[in-house]
Design a protein around this ligand. Structure first.
Ligand code: FAD
Ligand code: NAD
Length: 320
């Protein structure tokens, strides 16, 4: 019935085939569509279960099998756009010859209406360390088991309320890491200034861990942390402990909606706050300023830093 509906829309049903070499297995999907590109292909591999979803108009063509043999974690996907052919190349763990691809699982080799597959929401998050007081560890996951996130739940948000409802045993898919910050930006660094607002604090966690452990030239690290209220300050006591433990590190909290009891700094990012904060350890010290938060905060911060004659190389902003 789906195929009939699709035929009326000028599409014919996709099909697939597979072949192998000593070291690889290639799954070839013939979508019979011309407007397929890499964005139309979602591939998931977990243990021996392999699932590929090809988005075709309002439908999804699914390949979903329990693979007959083990494969490596990385695979490649190629799309030959003009003929609508997709090739997914899996690397065999062992050079055995496969008699079949695997056992069919739910919806394998079928075309289903997309609303039946659930909606995919994609949002970026920044991995953090388990604590600010731990020394920097190379980013290998302990026994490949743990990855830490600090995520704020927005009750009216699209994704975070869903995330908040997840139960142990549920799955979320995580992409490869992306980002433009390079460790080489720390080379010979003397003064590190961090400007964070709200959850824009998350990229600063590993920066702090790394900088305080691995940069011998470092003299001073300062964090100015902007939040609405005292309750919003993430990891406040850890930050205060770190400042106590490591004399190179200082933290200042700035609130935009404080209660009357607050006797610290308040307001939004401003020339006055920055001029007091950005005191370098010497006139010509090598400086890096990292900034992250809501887009208007980051944009305003960059403008103010440029006004104070910091160069583009001295400013690193974390943006989408
Ligand atoms: P959304 O649906 O995006 O809504 C967020 C808030 O805005 C809600 O209160 C909602 O009511 C309001 N809103 C939505 N649309 C409108 C509108 N049109 N007008 C007015 N208000 C609106 N977040 C973290 O917590 N931790 C991280 O480590 C982290 N890392 C990030 C890294 C990067 C590179 C980027 C770009 C963002 C990062 N974020 C992080 C933010 C994260 O990606 C999400 O934006 C955040 O979790 C909100 O998602 P949501 O779908 O729940 O909320
Ligand atoms: P929030 O709404 O609680 O605001 C925190 C502080 O940001 C405020 O106290 C204020 O000082 C400042 N601020 C907010 N709006 C401002 C404006 N219009 N002008 C100037 N300053 C302003 O923040 P939140 O809900 O925790 O949101 C954090 C933001 O950081 C999100 O937008 C998130 O997407 C972003 N973020 C980005 C990255 C990244 O790597 N790019 C990482 C984490 C978070």
């Amino acid at each position: 019935q789906v195929a009939d509906t699709l035929a009326k829309e000028g599409c014919s049903s996709p099909s697939y085939d597979w072949f192998q070499t000593d070291s690889s297995v290639t799954i070839v999907i013939y979508t019979k569509q011309k407007d397929i590109n890499l964005d139309s292909v979602i591939v998931d591999h977990q243990d021996d279960s392999f699932r590929a979803e090809i988005l075709i108009k309002d439908y999804s063509y699914i390949i979903h099998v329990e693979l007959s043999h083990e494969i490596e974690e990385d695979f490649s996907v190629r799309v030959v756009e003009n003929v609508g052919k997709i090739e997914i190349v899996l690397k065999k763990k062992e050079n055995a010859s496969w008699k079949r691809l695997g056992h069919p699982l739910e919806n394998h080799n079928s075309l289903i209406l997309r609303k039946d597959t659930g909606t995919e929401i994609v949002k970026p998050y920044t991995p953090v360390s388990d604590s600010l007081l731990s020394e920097f560890k190379e980013p290998v996951l302990l026994n490949n088991k743990y990855i830490y996130f600090l995520i704020k739940i927005y009750p009216a948000g699209l994704f975070t309320p869903e995330l908040d409802q997840l139960q142990i045993g549920d799955f979320v898919s995580v992409s490869n890491p992306e980002g433009s910050f390079k460790i080489s930006q720390f080379q010979e660094l003397e003064d590190l200034f961090l400007l964070a607002a709200g959850t824009g604090f998350t990229p600063m966690v590993k920066i702090l861990n790394y900088a305080l452990t691995n940069i011998p030239s470092l003299r001073k690290v300062k964090l100015m942390f902007f939040n609405k209220t005292e309750d919003d300050i993430i990891w406040r006591s850890q930050l205060e402990k770190l400042a106590f433990k490591d004399k190179r590190f200082d933290v200042e909290f700035v609130l935009s909606a404080p209660t009357s009891e607050w006797n610290g700094k308040w307001g939004h990012i401003s020339p006055a706050l920055l001029s007091e904060f950005l005191k370098r350890s010497s006139d010509k010290s090598k400086v890096l300023i990292c900034i992250c938060g809501p887009t208007p905060f980051t944009e305003q911060g960059i403008r103010l830093l440029r006004d104070r004659n910091f160069s583009k190389e001295e400013i690193h902003s974390f943006t989408a």
